[in-house]
Design a protein around this ligand. Structure first.
Ligand code: ZN
Length: 71
């Protein structure tokens, strides 16, 4: 009987560990599918949510938006 209870505890622990790791893995997967945009000044790629919109497109930061489109 004690072995059966230990078996149940092991199964429960595995279940919670798998569930916790699945929850932890979901946010990075969501950000990986997030659209990437290119800075019109320096050309670096970054998540669209961080984009600073300005003349000529999106920029990686406020400084590059002020400098405008690069070469
Ligand atoms: Zn930039």
């Amino acid at each position: 009987m004690a072995k059966f209870l230990l078996f149940l505890v092991v199964i429960a622990v595995i279940y919670f560990v798998v569930r916790a790791s699945n929850r932890r893995n979901k946010p990075p997967a969501a950000t990986a599918t997030e659209s990437m945009v290119r800075c019109a000044h320096c050309g670096v790629h970054f998540p669209g949510a961080e984009a600073v919109s300005g003349d000529g497109g999106d920029y990686c930061c406020e400084a590059h938006r002020r400098l405008g489109p690069g070469p």
